[in-house]
Write a protein that binds this ligand. Structure first.
Ligand code: FAD
Ligand code: UDP
Length: 371
């Protein structure tokens, strides 16, 4: 007899939402997590009263009413709006691409003037864009592509923009209004008590074993539950039977500075090719509900360096190009034959999911599974 209904592998957002839903339906769950703390990539740490996003800037945003109402049951969100600034060799531009950016690049003032500039620069692209470079030029023209996209993207992904899928750049809005909001979603914010508290509340009442790698103890752990919810990398689960899926790695360098205000904004993107990092985040600026932090004489910053990924490293981004997508489909077919295992989350589904999509997916799976 199994002791648990579900063994959940991974205490990230997907695993925590599934655990909450199973618990609420009276199911018994065990969560195993190989890191020493829960939260996956949304985990934070508190230093000098500042919540530090340990794995890069995490801004919650969604247009899904169900997801927004759901997260608000477990956290209250401040009114932070992400408005990053791009730094290209010391020249500053507003992001995402909007009338402020067009004015800074070309001196244009009206949407019609901006559209005319972009229209003339995109003429080289006559077909449906086939890759990120063509997509970018078609959206914003060659000047912005060269200064704000090419260098950033090539260091972020470690390959040429012509070898990357177009959808990656479509994550960013292009607006003919003076609006620096990086996201177009209806709701946005940062949990006022931090992401750790959100995860803690989701996992409330569920047994969690940290420092436990499912794959190292698979035979024993698998017998403990009727079903497994697996949120780790799908190729790793199958012992890389068809070969490795590609991921992009990251390296974070976090530093305490004896300064009140280092860069005046939460996120600054360094878009030239030469600067080795892509972004600097200054964590206190996320806490718009606690403006007194701006007066404190200390600040914390994190430089985010893109990195090659190899087995054993944390996999941060799936590389969803055609080759990897085809390989993923082979793993997904295999996964469908494992009737007692549900694969989910960013790594289990090999999808470039934001947090809201992860929650929506976990809720849908929980419903399909238990209702
Ligand atoms: P994860 O958080 O990766 O959790 C999976 C967990 O499973 C991990 O804790 C891992 O240790 C554990 N695990 C894996 N294998 C095993 C095993 N064999 N045994 C035990 N445990 C295992 N989204 C947004 O909405 N807004 C943002 O601003 C944003 N910014 C981001 C910035 C960066 C740099 C990155 C990398 C992502 C960002 N995201 C953002 C995406 C967000 O991080 C993810 O959508 C979300 O955290 C994914 O949750 P998950 O549970 O699927 O995966
Ligand atoms: N991007 C860019 N310049 C920027 C910011 C983003 O070229 O200043 C491109 C880059 O290819 C990146 C993609 O847009 O991978 C998506 O950006 P997003 O900020 O959504 O990336 P994430 O936060 O997921 O790393």
């Amino acid at each position: 007899m199994a002791d648990y209904d579900y063994l959940i592998v991974g205490a990230g957002l997907y695993g925590a939402v599934f655990a909450q839903e199973a618990n609420a339906r009276g199911r018994r769950c065990l969560v195993v997590e190989r890191r020493s703390r829960p939260g996956g990539n949304i985990a934070c740490e508190e230093r000098d009263a500042i919540s530090i996003h340990s794995y890069g800037a995490h801004i919650f945003h969604t247009s899904m009413p169900e997801v927004w109402h759901y997260v608000n049951r477990f956290a209250s969100f401040n009114h932070f709006i992400n408005s990053p600034v791009a730094n290209y060799r010391g020249e500053l531009y507003n992001l995402p691409f909007n009338m402020n950016t067009f004015h800074q690049i070309w001196g244009v003032v009206t949407p019609t003037e901006a559209a005319a500039r972009i229209g003339s620069q995109r003429q080289a692209i006559t077909n449906e864009p086939q890759n990120l470079e063509e997509q970018a030029i078609s959206l914003v023209g060659t000047d912005i592509y060269e200064k704000l996209i090419k260098g950033y993207t090539e260091k972020q992904w470690g390959r040429s923009c012509t070898e990357l899928p177009a959808f990656i750049i479509r994550r960013l809005p292009v607006r003919y209004t003076y609006d620096n909001n990086y996201f177009s979603d209806r709701w946005q914010g940062i949990p006022e008590e931090g992401y750790n508290r959100l995860i803690e509340k989701l996992l409330d009442g569920t047994e969690v074993r940290l420092g436990t790698d499912f794959l190292k103890d698979r035979a024993e752990l698998a017998t403990r539950a009727r079903k497994i919810v697996y949120t780790g990398a799908i190729d790793e689960y199958f012992d890389y039977r068809f070969g490795e899926l590609e991921y992009r790695g990251l390296r974070f360098e976090t530093e305490r500075l004896e300064e009140k205000n280092h860069q005046g904004v939460a996120v600054m993107n360094f878009t030239d090719r030469e600067t080795p990092y892509t972004r600097i985040i200054e964590h206190k600026h996320f806490a718009v509900h606690a403006p007194e932090l701006l007066d404190a004489p200390v600040t914390w910053i994190t430089r985010e360096y893109p990195d090659a990924w190899k087995r054993g490293n944390e996999a941060y981004y799936p590389v969803n190009d055609a080759r990897n997508q085809t390989l993923y489909e082979k793993y997904a077919d295999l996964a469908r034959t494992e009737s007692d295992v549900l694969f989910g989350g960013r790594l289990g589904a090999y999808r470039y999911y934001d947090m809201d999509k992860v929650i929506a997916e976990a809720l849908a799976t929980a419903r399909a599974e238990m209702d």
